[in-house]
Structure formats: C-alpha cells, structure tokens
Design a protein around this ligand. Structure first.
Ligand code: ZN
Length: 105
C-alpha cells in the first residue's frame, strides 16, 4: 500500500492522503507529530478563522502545529511506530526530524 506524507512534519507513513477534495480532512492522526487532519486544523483556536478560506485555515494551522512540534523537541505521538535508531525515548532524533522537515518546508 502506498504511503502518504504528513504536511506538517514530513513523516511519510500516513495510511491515507491528509485531505480529500475541498480540504476535507482524513481524520487520520499522524503517528509522528500527532496532527489530526480535519480536526486540528478547523478546530485550531490559536487564530481567528473568520473570513479565511479552508485553504488558508489549513495552511495556517499547519505552520502553527509544526512550530509547536519543533519547540517541543519533536515529540512522537506513537513512539512504537518508529525504530529505536530513529528516536531518543519518545522523541524523534533531531537529525531525523531535519530530514523529514526538508520535505515540507
Ligand atoms: Zn506529522
């Protein structure tokens, strides 16, 4: 089965594409950064959604979540999904995170 890439952290192990047509979220939670597509974007209360398009809301929420994920030291949502060589405890190794982030920034 072909895997899909997370738009926030660059993890390429999503089972489904993050969004369908018209920015409808998949409701899948990224095992890496913990973002839930269709929930953590439209329900993100860190900015005012009024007068923004779905595209703008999605993009803005991704930027905020990515920033938070980086600031928290790349905490893994499901550490068991990652081989030991890629993580330090419950956190993705910085060099692995840098590799992933290259694909999304
Ligand atoms: Zn992610």
């Amino acid at each position: 089965m072909e895997k899909n890439r997370c738009l926030i952290c660059g993890f390429d192990g999503l089972e489904e594409p993050p969004y369908y047509e018209d920015y409808a979220g998949s409701n899948e939670i990224c095992h890496c950064c913990g973002f839930e597509f269709g929930v953590d974007d439209y329900d993100c209360d860190e900015f005012n959604h009024d007068q923004l398009t779905d595209k703008e809301i999605v993009e803005k929420s991704h930027i905020l979540w990515r920033k938070k994920w980086i600031e928290e030291g790349f905490k893994l949502f499901v550490p068991e999904s990652f081989p030991d060589g890629m993580k330090n405890g419950d956190f993705l190794k910085p060099e692995e995170a840098a590799k992933q982030l290259k694909n999304v920034e």
